[in-house]
Structure formats: structure tokens, C-alpha cells
Design a protein around this ligand. Sequence first.
Ligand SMILES: C[S@@+](CC[C@H](N)C(=O)[O-])C[C@H]1O[C@@H](n2cnc3c(N)ncnc32)[C@H](O)[C@@H]1O
Length: 204
Amino acid sequence: MSMMIPDLEKYFSGFIPPRDALLLELEEEAARESIPIVGPVVGELLHILARLAGAKNILELGTASGYSAIHLARALPPGGKVITLELHEAMAERAKDNFARAGLAGSIEVRVGQALDLMAAMTDTFDLIFLDIDKESYLPAFEHCRRLLKVGGLLIADNVGFAGAASFNREIFSRSGWRVVHLLAWLPRHSPEKDGLSLALRVE
Ligand SMILES: C[S@@+](CC[C@H](N)C(=O)[O-])C[C@H]1O[C@@H](n2cnc3c(N)ncnc32)[C@H](O)[C@@H]1O
């Protein structure tokens, strides 16, 4: 007899964290319009990790409709800030509306443009960076992340099961100055549900 709970995926589908009406609406909208958001489990994970890290300054690459940024911003201490980068003006405008609806307009700043260019011009440092743009940009973004992340800061990379992220996965795993786990995970309502997620602590 197996020691495991039968049908693990169905079983863990019973533990989706609760969300408010706005997040549920953004999830429905994302499903309808095929917007690849992190979903409720990774959203909650981002919130927990940001709280644990005591992250006051957070950088997100890849805003979309603002779903993950809302999870992150709700974890900020007073005076904290999320800066989120989005390529498409129309999507950035939608996200801004959603941040206002969440009462978070004052703590989230959206910058529009190619994330690599926007990062190249940045000098602020961050306690946490969440990487969720096109996967081919993960490797070039990594050098900027290293420069912009404080020692002791956390880099979270979504979708590292995508082929485009393979060079990033290898690079961060082999570089000194980082402690890294690449997790293969089954994540209900994440896009996609079976994917990799990397957590990397900058230690020097
Ligand atoms: C996976 S979605 C982000 C989902 C969002 N983090 C969430 O879970 O709510 C990726 C977003 O990043 C944007 N994007 C993709 N590549 C980008 C790049 N190189 N620079 C800036 N934004 C980019 C896309 O337009 C898209 O809205």
C-alpha cells in the first residue's frame, strides 16, 4: 500500500489560499484573456516570502494586469514600495487601475518599457526581485538583478521550467555568491500548473 495520499494533485487543489473579490476578478479575467499570471498559490508564496524577508523595496519584472504585484505590495511594511516593469503601455494602464482599486496606488509604481533597458538605467537597490518576463530575457536580466539586489536579498524567478530559462538556470546555479534552489512544482492555477520556480539568495 502506498504511503502517499491518493491523487495528490486533486488533494492539494483543496488548499487554494482564499482571495478577495479583486484578485478573483483578475484570475477570471486572466483565464478569459489568456494572461499568464502566477495564480493564487504562487501569489500567496510571493506574499509569504516578501513578509519573511521584511522586504521594503521590491522590484518586479513583468506586471501584466498587476495580480502578482498586488500580492507583493500587500506584504510591504509601512513606507515600502514595489516598482514593477511592463513592456506594454495598455497593460500597464490596466495594472494601474487595478492598483488604485486595491488601494495600493501609493505603494506600487509601474514603469513602461523593455525591462532590460529600464533596469540598465536603475541605481536603486532592492530587498527582493521577482522575475517574470519573457524567458529569453532571464539570463541578460540576471546581471542587472545581481547589481540591483542587496546582499541578503532574494531573487524569485517564475517559469524556470520553460526552455527559454535554461541558460539562466545553469548560470545562477553555477555562480558564486548565491544560494539557489530550482524547484519543480505542481502549482494549481499557475500558468502552467507544472513548472519550475527558483529561489536564490544573494549571499555576497
Ligand atoms: C507572465 S506575465 C506577468 C504576470 C504577472 N507577474 C502576474 O503574475 O500577475 C509577463 C508580462 O511581462 C511583460 N513582458 C514580457 N517581456 C518583457 C520584457 N522584456 N520587458 C518588460 N515586460 C515584459 C509582458 O507584456 C507580460 O505582461
